[in-house]
Design a binder for this molecule. Sequence first.
Ligand code: ADE
Length: 253
Amino acid sequence: MSSPVEAPTITILTLFPDMVQAVLETSIPGRAARQGQVKFAVVDIRDFAVDKHRTVDDTAYGGGAGMIMMAPPIVEAVESVRRDPEATVILTTPQGETFDEVMTLDLLNDLQLKGELILVCGHYKGVDERARELVVTREVSIGDYVLTGGELPALVIVDAIVRRIEGVLHNEDSANNDSFTTDRGGGLDCQWYTKPPAYRGLAVPDVLLSGNHARIDRWRREQADQRTTERRPDLAPVTDPAEGETRSGEDEI
Ligand code: ADE
């Protein structure tokens, strides 16, 4: 009997393990873990503090407001969980590369190739530069705003990755049709309706009730393109007179 392939492991190193654990047990990530499609490990960085007060931060050399996360607990926590020295270790920080759906697929590929992905939740004012130099391989930001800590960004990244693991979403199309996915050409999704057919004078567009699936598909594509043009012109389709319609944003400009 062949043994089942082991699920890839996502490990999150944090100062708030209960917060992270609660989210990972909920909704799609929780179901994916229960179905054995991914494994989660949550590690308390404080367990790697070297003093009896479990100190993980201190004031900055040279002065300045704010506490800095110390290098040794982070480095030792990473080394205790990392199976392969080549594993990707992400630090969540506003200074990182901006996260998007392309990076999601890149990190999913990395997870499946190496069997592990490690995320370190940054905190306080920052992280001692030596932790970055010694164990961090990639720094990721979820946008140009500053959050209290790296837990929410790490959970955003993990959620986005896990929902793209094949078989996690019951209807595969519901991932492929999402905004930013390749089926949407990297653009936004169209609008959606469910029962009732009319509500407070607002009717569901006739085409969706027509039963004509070719017409419905065409209408949805047009609506998605229109929405993208209106709301996110940076992702909008462009028309190349030589080649017809393609999405902008990469090579075309
Ligand atoms: N930590 C605090 N703010 C952050 C952000 N925007 N992205 C990633 N990590 C963060």
